[in-house]
Design a binder for this molecule. Sequence first.
Ligand SMILES: N[C@@H](CCC(=O)N[C@@H](CS)C(=O)NCC(=O)O)C(=O)O
Length: 319
Amino acid sequence: MLIDGNWVLEAQLARKTDEAGAYQRPVSSFRNWITRDGAAGPTGEGGFAAAPGRYHLYVAMVCPWACRALAVRALKGLEGAISVSRVEAALTDYGWKFPDDAQRPDARLPEADYLHEIYTLADPKFTGRVTVPVLWDMERETVVNNESADIIHMLNDGFADLVPDAPDLRPQALLTEMDALNDRLLEKFNNGVYRAGFAQSQAAYEVAFEDVFEALDDLDNRLSDGRTYLFGETLTETDIRAFVTLVRFDPAYFGVFKCNRAMVADYAHLPAYIGRMMALPGIAETVNLDHIKRGYYGIKWVNPNGIVAAGPDTAWIAA
Ligand SMILES: N[C@@H](CCC(=O)N[C@@H](CS)C(=O)NCC(=O)O)C(=O)O
């Protein structure tokens, strides 16, 4: 990670846990918002108005947080308005690395070998983990925001004038219920799998394990009445939040993070739900099973030898 703008290897290789060995997710640091007119958003400063061709997204295809931003970009029809760079599958000791043959999609983007160079361009004294996704402003040459929850929110609301026909993934009538389910999913499922995988004590792992399967059981139950999406027939941001973790479950979390009571493939309703999500326009392109497997099995502190499990068969996900 970066400390005062310098890459510190020992800090990068350590994971933060509390005294009971439970994983502590760090908080994100850049919290500005793109808004319709450039007014400041809920956090950060103003001056980031929605405009086509101004913003760029740095992502890792292994990462559920980055891929939820990619998924919302696709569903909102923003592929032409926001360009994307993808890092290599596995995190290196120096953080996320761009492929050697990577082409910058826009000449205004900085040249860089590692993502941490993008962070220090925005803040030469940056201290913190260098995470994806990163939303970069090519005009002001700085990071707008590196918190995916903010990014998916602003892609839906801030860019609404640019793509008036795109679906509203945060419909007002559902927001209260969505927020409640989003919070539960974040704690028990999206981050629950990480709490299981990064636990430093048996007890912390078992608490996380129970949370993960409680969330999976709840999701499957919710879909048991035949509804298409989590809130009925309306696709929402909550579906994207659930999907990015569901689609990584069998190829990665079941093995690497020891979430092995059951696979998603064993559930009654979840496999078909994944199939419906995969069929939405642009969504299959946000799922790279090869990067997901190599990326998670490449996390050294959970799998030091880096061997990638041969199974299970996940061909059904892409089918
Ligand atoms: N709160 C952030 C978390 C993002 C995050 O944890 N990304 C991981 C990949 S899945 C990362 O970049 N980790 C790099 C590191 O920890 O060194 C968000 O949702 O945007």
